[in-house]
Design a protein around this ligand. Structure first.
Ligand code: PXP
Length: 246
């Protein structure tokens, strides 16, 4: 049964981006996390990139021990990160592809080509009670593979939809992908490039139960503050959710 409440996980990577621009201590991701939680975020997401361009190891340690909601730790499928996850024990790991030269995570994980590596990582994490979600494109073969490899969930990459808002096929792929995933017994999440302006149609997909949103919320917070930015996103998500029969 699809959930009416759509969870909002706020990705606070770019709070750290701003801090790293000066190499000091402001703004603090820890303080950002606390504000997000007080403003009603259901969870917090960070991506510790291999090049450490924004979030640092010390941030992850602090966030993991202070969080009061759910900690979604995004990471590449490599031993260094798996070892760290096993130590800090986030509520959930999201495995993402990573290329050093990219500006952001440009596409989903290639779970078909990398199946052996991903399967081993999932087994290690699940063995320690950590749930694993895979960040993949809304591609039927990838979604079916996610279940075969032992993931409990997958997050559909919404970048294509966000970049081509007038191309109906991009939303169609997300709607279809959500149905296939739920049919496989997986939890269905979505994220990347979502804004107050484009979140509605994704939030209205009944099978989707969690959104991961970062850049647009942190950007908006510069003008109105983090609390208000989260409330605006929450309102847009709830309005879309109310408009569909769930
Ligand atoms: N989900 C995943 C797996 C991501 O890698 C990112 C970007 O780091 C996001 C969601 C959030 O994307 P955005 O910052 O564009 O909202």
């Amino acid at each position: 049964m699809p959930a009416r409440h759509l969870r909002l996980y706020v990705n606070i990577d770019h709070v750290a981006t701003l801090r790293q621009a000066r190499g000091g201590i402001e703004p603090s991701p820890l303080e950002a996390m606390q504000i997000c939680e007080a403003a009603g975020a259901d969870g917090i997401t960070v991506h510790l990139r291999e090049d450490r361009r924004h979030i640092q190891d010390a941030d992850v340690e602090k966030l993991a021990t202070s969080i009061t909601t759910f900690f979604n730790f995004e990471m590449a499928c490599v031993d260094e990160m798996i070892d760290l996850a096993l130590r800090i024990k986030p509520s959930q790991v999201t495995l993402v592809p990573e290329k050093r030269e990219e500006v952001t995570t440009e596409g989903g994980l290639d779970v078909v080509r990398e199946s052996a590596r991903v399967e081993r990582a999932i087994a290690r994490l699940k063995n320690d009670g950590i749930e694993v979600s895979l960040f993949i494109d809304p591609d039927p073969d990838a979604i079916k593979m996610a279940r075969k490899l032992g993931a409990h969930a997958f997050e559909m990459h919404t970048g294509d939809y966000a970049n081509h808002p007038n191309d109906k096929s991009t939303l169609g792929a997300l709607v279809e992908g959500a149905k296939i995933g739920a049919g496989e017994g997986l939890s269905v999440y979505a994220g990347h490039g979502l804004t107050v302006g484009n979140v509605g149609p994704v939030a209205a997909i009944p099978e989707v139960t969690e959104l991961n949103i970062g850049h647009s919320i942190v950007s908006r917070s510069i003008f109105v503050g983090l609390t208000q930015a989260i409330h605006e996103m929450r309102k847009a998500m709830d309005a879309a959710r109310r408009s569909v029969e769930i």
